[in-house]
Design a protein around this ligand. Structure first.
Ligand SMILES: [Zn+2]
Length: 258
């Protein structure tokens, strides 16, 4: 599942390929926006906010969210797509390139004047220029009974963390994922979250251990039953959520995280 750093990199890549150029053809393959035609409009910029991707074109914003399987690809004119055409949800062409969004979890188009309001539900963006750790800590603290791993993944508290970072941050702070927010020292945790995701922002390989070798990049995520890299205790696995319909996987070292 894409995390904020993936979306940030995707936005940078798209911005480099599209920004400043006129759209020569657009094709939105979702019913609500199938008639939208942005041909002739200029791509002003492509940016991200948390895990949301925003293409500002003419006086409109093309908003997408990658959810589980979504991706944007950039192709040179005439280049063969690397995913099947039926998975494409959006195609935006400029004179020398085309951007194709596959399997986007969310795709919508709205006037640029609504951008602020449409994204107002998001907490401070870990990768944004306006990142505000105190506000993120304040939002987390407003529900002290929620397990910390659940609260960290909720984008209205702070925007950009997916389940990999959530689990790794709990390990790095020595906190069990199930610990109620009210028992966690929040400022060091949110500041660490920003440091770790920013350190990975421009890397193609994500690491929280500092080791970029395959199989050694993460402390606990998806390592149930394997020995802790710090103490050798076997990593445990469980599921956590506000309710039974929204469970997320959690991994922790029972010795290092208390
Ligand atoms: Zn351990």
């Amino acid at each position: 599942m894409p995390e904020g750093d993936n979306v940030y990199r995707a936005a940078q890549h798209l911005d480099g390929a599209l920004a400043g150029k006129p759209v020569t053809r657009s094709d939105f393959r979702v019913p609500a926006f199938a008639t939208v035609d942005l041909a002739g409009e200029t791509v002003h910029s492509v940016g991200s906010r948390g895990k949301h991707l925003l293409m500002r074109i003419g006086d409109q914003v093309v908003h997408s969210h990658l959810k589980m399987e979504g991706e944007w690809h950039v192709y040179r004119s005439g280049e063969r797509w690397r995913r099947p055409g039926w998975q494409a949800r959006a195609v935006i062409e400029v004179p020398d390139a085309s951007a194709v969004g596959f399997d986007l979890g969310v795709l919508e188009i709205f006037p640029a004047s609504e951008e602020h309001e449409r994204l107002a539900h998001l907490g401070p963006d870990l990768l944004g220029d306006d990142w505000d750790p105190a506000e993120a800590a304040r939002r987390l603290a407003s529900h002290p009974e929620v397990p910390i791993a659940v609260a960290l993944g909720e984008q209205r508290n702070l925007a950009g963390l997916g389940n990999v970072y959530v689990n790794e941050l709990c390990f790095l702070r020595g906190v069990r994922p199930s610990t109620p927010v009210g028992e966690v020292d929040l400022m060091p945790l949110v500041q660490l979250a920003a440091r770790v995701i920013r350190a990975n922002r421009d890397r193609s390989v994500r690491t929280t251990t500092g080791d970029t070798h395959r199989g050694r990049q993460l402390w606990v995520y998806s390592r149930g039953g394997e020995p802790c890299r710090r103490c050798g205790t076997l990593i445990e696995h469980g599921r956590l959520g506000r309710n039974d319909l929204e469970l997320r996987d959690a991994w922790w070292c029972p010795n290092c995280q208390r």
